[in-house]
Write a protein that binds this ligand. Structure first.
Ligand SMILES: [Zn+2]
Length: 467
């Protein structure tokens, strides 16, 4: 049995995961709706996708991953119209900002980034097919999916929709559970709104059909894994299943994996509370992308995450601990031999890290294994008991850590330090060491490393070079 397992929202069980065919994982993740800058709650989900991708690859799989960009929906049209912009003028800027933010957070790119408006004809063709099979009806120029024709409706959200009023309709893209009604596949043109001329007439797609059509177009009828935030389970993913399974007659996705909500300082994020953070807001407060990435990745995706500024500060400290340890390993002159206790602990930490990640991506437990080893290894280094033969295992653990968390390398700085600045910082560090303020000394050394300057302590004083 494969060791890797995920909680599947569809079956409500933790299940061993394997792709259907060979070692290629066909995966679809719901991307952003580009109507504004993405906020930290959105990025929790995107960091989860990234951790998922990285661990699937670490498990030996090859990814065929599609993420959509929703660049037409109710909110976008409302905002674009209000600002007197075309749809493209409005969405291009936010699409670019989103992709830049993802790169800053070191999120791996999906193999396919699919923009909804590039696939309108395929959506119209799919709606025509649903129409021909009797799953739809038309009212005032809009086309609705008749959910009474799909008896399995509700199987993902585990809602019982019996007794629902047949023929009741909902036109908006987002709605509550209690509003489970026939939803719009295609919306009739309205004055002042963008619309497309297609084989099913003029109009624009509803949000849900976008994902079904692009997923099937790139990956085929059955996906190995579909992921998103829990807020998408209903109605979005429920509707995706209904449309897709009625289109192909096959199961749409074998695994449905959902990340939990994020709170900020214990409260629901909202603009009025002033706890609504974009990455830009957090950079302005002096936090780094590495700290944000680490904090978001460190809480297992199925646990609610309370995002606090204090948490970001702790994340920074945690990253520095690992960086400092790595620096010690890279620079120490170790005595020959191998310390068997450290060797055993290193091997155990690697095994524990893997086991935790295999267990539904338990990142918190994986980190626990790393820090426990660091404590031990740092003490051994202090005591001179960490030997040359222990280096490889320790480096392997760090490599495994960074494969998932990817926070050890410093963000590229454009402001290369001048020689004068380097000499000043080295003098400050030497003074800090003399005053036995090793935290400050380490901090300065790391700051220099961040500027691409490597220090080496020798008997004749400090030597430095640019990386
Ligand atoms: Zn979607």
């Amino acid at each position: 049995m494969p060791p890797l397992r995920f909680y599947n929202t569809l079956t409500q069980e933790v299940q061993p995961f394997e792709p259907l065919e060979g070692n290629v994982v066909k995966m679809y993740t719901c991307g952003p709706t580009v109507y504004d800058f993405a906020h930290i709650g959105n990025f929790r989900t995107f960091v989860f996708y990234d951790v998922l991708r990285r661990w699937l690859r670490a498990s030996g799989y090859v990814l065929d991953h599609v993420m959509n960009i929703t660049d037409v929906d109710d909110k976008i049209i409302r905002n674009a119209v209000a600002q007197g912009k075309t749809l493209n003028e409005y969405t291009d800027a936010y699409t670019k900002a989103f992709l830049d933010d993802c790169a800053t957070l070191r999120l791996e790119r999906a193999e396919h980034i699919a923009r909804a408006t590039d696939h309108i004809d395929e959506m119209a063709a799919a709606i025509r097919k649903l129409e021909a099979a009797g799953y739809t009806y038309t009212s005032d120029g809009s086309i609705y999916f008749r959910i009474a024709k799909f008896p399995e409706y509700g199987k993902l959200s585990h809602n019982d929709f019996t007794g629902m009023v047949a023929g009741a309709r909902v036109d908006v893209d987002e709605y509550e559970k209690s509003d489970a009604r026939d939803f719009a596949l295609w919306k009739a043109p309205k004055p002042g709104e963008p619309n497309w001329e297609t084989e099913i007439g003029p109009g624009r797609p509803g949000w849900h059909i976008e994902c079904s059509v692009m997923a099937i177009q790139y990956l085929g009828a059955t996906l190995d894994l579909h992921a998103g935030g829990v807020d998408l389970i209903f109605p979005h993913h429920e509707n995706e299943i209904a449309q897709s399974e009625c289109l192909t007659g096959k199961q749409f996705a074998r695994f449905w994996v959902h990340s939990e909500f994020l709170l900020v300082e214990g409260q629901k994020m909202s603009k009025s509370l002033g706890n609504f953070y974009t990455l830009r807001d957090l950079f302005e407060k002096g936090f780094t992308a590495e700290s944000i990435r680490y904090l978001l990745a460190s809480v297992p995706y199925r646990k609610g995450l309370n995002f606090t500024l204090e948490g970001l500060t702790s994340a920074k400290t945690a990253i520095e601990r690992v960086r400092n340890f790595k620096f010690r390993l890279d620079s120490a002159k170790l005595p020959e031999g191998e310390n068997p206790e450290i060797a055993q602990h290193g091997a155990r930490a690697i095994a524990e890290f893997r086991a935790a990640m295999d267990d539904d991506l338990n990142t918190a437990e994986a980190l626990g294994a790393v820090f426990e080893f660091l404590r031990d290894a740092n003490s051994a280094l202090d005591a001179g008991d960490f030997l040359a033969g222990n280096l490889e295992t320790a480096q392997s653990l760090l490599a495994l850590f960074d494969l998932v968390f990817d926070v050890l390398k410093y963000a590229e700085k454009t402001d290369d330090a001048s020689t004068e600045e380097v000499e000043q910082l080295i003098a400050a560090r030497t003074a800090a060491k003399k005053a036995r303020d090793f935290t400050l000394a380490d901090g300065i050394r790391n700051e220099l490393l961040g500027k691409g300057v490597v220090l080496e302590d020798t008997r004749d004083g400090v030597r430095w070079k640019r990386k």
